[in-house]
Every structure is written in structure tokens, then in C-alpha cells.
Write a protein that binds this ligand. Sequence first.
Ligand code: MG
Length: 242
Amino acid sequence: MREAGRISKNALIAGGHAVRAGATTAEVNAVVERFITSHGATPSFKGYNGFPAGACISVNDEVIHGIPGHRKLEPGDVVSLDVGAKYKGFHGDNAATFIVEGGRDMEQKQRLVRVTRESFYEGLKFCRAGNRIGDISHAVQTHVEKNGFSVVRPYVGHGIGRELHEEPEVPNYGRPGHGPRLMPGMVICVEPMVNMGTHLIRQLPDGWTVITEDGLPAAHYENMILITRGEPEILTVGDEEL
Ligand code: MG
């Protein structure tokens, strides 16, 4: 799973470098897929419940599950990439949000991306054997809401292993002391999906793309975490920090 995690992270990094003004989301997806397949892995998302691409690419008001296509990225676009790779029977899964350089009035967008990432690390502090899932959920939600943003509720983090999505669910909202107990050897994906405005979302008629109801941007950040007897270990580690 460390290997699957490393490939997933480096594919995400490669995709992030391809996020620039004028590039289409299909081109960014191609970079991600090429990286995964050239490292002996397969894109976990491609064909998953019929999803047509190796990466989910969600722009601006798109929260998650955006389908790569002809859309050309523009300066200031908020671009979330979600990337998974299956290697030797095990999945990796991670996500990050990038902002296309050259936009105006970027401060609030940059803050959204930063707070989303920070909220993952707030959750990580509770990824210890004996704690409960609700401890993680509460930490994520608290950090997001104290910064004036909101967490998406119908979509959640998850266990991962031989399947891309396994139990337990890992919501980004919840109460401390509630939910399944964490045990050494569990691997979970903590993935805050954070909206600048309302937490309400809806799905587009394409059956995939999830957008914010108020049209304001959203951000996403995800890593795969191994629960141990001591410190949690992030398994999606690559050649750069995201
Ligand atoms: Mg995930």
C-alpha cells in the first residue's frame, strides 16, 4: 500500500504541474494516467462505477467527481484533482486543489485551499488506535467552520485496501467519541471537501459532477493514513509536498 500510495501521490503531483492556463482538463488527466500506467499501476478510478477517466478534475464550483474534457483552464481557476492507483492488488487514493496562476483577487481562494489542507492535518492528529472516527470528523469540521467555510456532508472519506472504498466511512462532520473505533493496521482516507459558501451541493445531469448550490468554489484534500500502535503514517507520500 505504501507503493500504491507513492505512485498515487506522484501522479497527483504530475497532474498538478499540468494545471495551467490554456490546458484542458483532458490534458491534465492524460498526464495523470500516463504517470500511473508507466509505473506499472492502473488508474483506480477509470471504469469505477463507469467513471470514464483516471482522475476526477473539479473546477471552481465543482466539488468532486468532475469529468475531464475539453474545458480550458483559466487564470484563477480552482482545480481539484483526485487520483487513485492500483498496484499489486492494492489501491492508493489522494487529492489536492491547485489554483491556476495569474488570476485576480486570489486571497480568499488561497485561504480556502489552505484551510482545507489544514483541516486534514487537524483530523490526522486523531488518527490513533483507540480513538473513534467521530474524533477525526469533529476535528476537520471544527477547523473548517471556525474559518468561515463549510464541509460537504453526503460525500465522505473511507477505508481503503484491496477495494478503493471500504468501511469505515469517514465523514467530515461529527461528534467526538462516536463512530467505529480505530485499530492498528486499518488504512483510511481522510478527505475534507470544503465549500467557500453553503455546504449544500447538487449533482449535474452527467451523473457524476457534484457542484456547490451557491456557485462558490470548493476545495478538496486527501491522503491515505495507516493507523499504527503509535504515530499515524501517511501512505500517500511522493517526491514533493502538496
Ligand atoms: Mg477517496
